[in-house]
Write a protein that binds this ligand. Structure first.
Ligand code: HEC
Length: 184
């Protein structure tokens, strides 16, 4: 009787060893064949048996990886993706809270006496698209230094806007709210 058991066992051990010592090994059957110096067909049989016992895993691109490596990579990417989604959501929520506060400041400061947003307020000074047409610096400058901006832009409308001195948080919120007013 011809037995393949012995040589195959020895080669299996060598392949297993390669994947154990180089945990990041990510190789095709041909590459493994070259690595342990066996025929590609023989390498394939060995790799399939290692996949069968769950030691290796075959990736979609036909490469072989140590099972733990694949799991670690997958777990790591899931963790990264979750952190990212969390950050984006937290940021968006923070931005929402800020613009909501900004809209409150706009009402408290009675900006609508001279400006309109939508159909509310004084139509002579619409701010509906000011987030698209002005930069954050310009929006901030209009609030803290309206007199300077009136001169600089030669704004003719009367009565002129006055300078506002607001707590930093309210100012930031009002700027964020102005910046959120964009062309639909
Ligand atoms: C007394 C009237 C008056 C009040 C009150 C007033 N503004 Fe103004 N604002 C003006 C005038 C006049 C201009 C010059 C541009 C124009 O004619 O609309 C102006 C310009 C601006 C601009 C620049 C607009 C652009 O298109 O470049 C912003 C932004 C602005 N105001 C925000 C505010 C905010 C926020 C408040 C409340 C904190 C406020 N304004 C209160 C009269 C006023």
């Amino acid at each position: 009787m011809i037995t393949f058991a012995e040589p195959i066992d020895a080669d299996v051990l060598r392949v297993r060893n390669e994947f154990l010592t180089r945990k990041d090994l990510h190789a095709s059957a041909d590459a493994v064949a070259r690595l342990v110096d066996v025929s590609p067909r023989h390498a394939m049989v060995i790799l399939d048996s290692l996949v069968h016992e769950d030691f290796l895993e075959r990736t979609v691109d036909g490469q072989y990886v140590h099972r733990h490596l694949k799991e670690a990579v997958v777990t790591r990417s899931i963790a990264c993706a979750l952190i990212l989604v969390g950050c984006v959501a937290a940021r968006a929520a923070g931005q929402d809270a800020k613009t909501t506060r900004g809209a409150q400041v706009y009402v408290e400061q009675k900006c609508a006496l001279c400006h309109s947003i939508g159909d509310k307020g004084n139509k002579k000074g619409p701010l509906d698209e000011v987030g698209s047409t002005r930069s954050l610096e310009e929006l901030r400058a209009w609030i803290v230094d309206a007199k300077g901006m009136t001169v600089k832009t030669k704004a003719p409308r009367k009565p002129e806007m006055k300078n506002y001195t607001l707590p930093k948080e309210d100012l930031d919120a009002l700027v964020a709210y102005m910046a959120s007013l964009k062309k639909k």
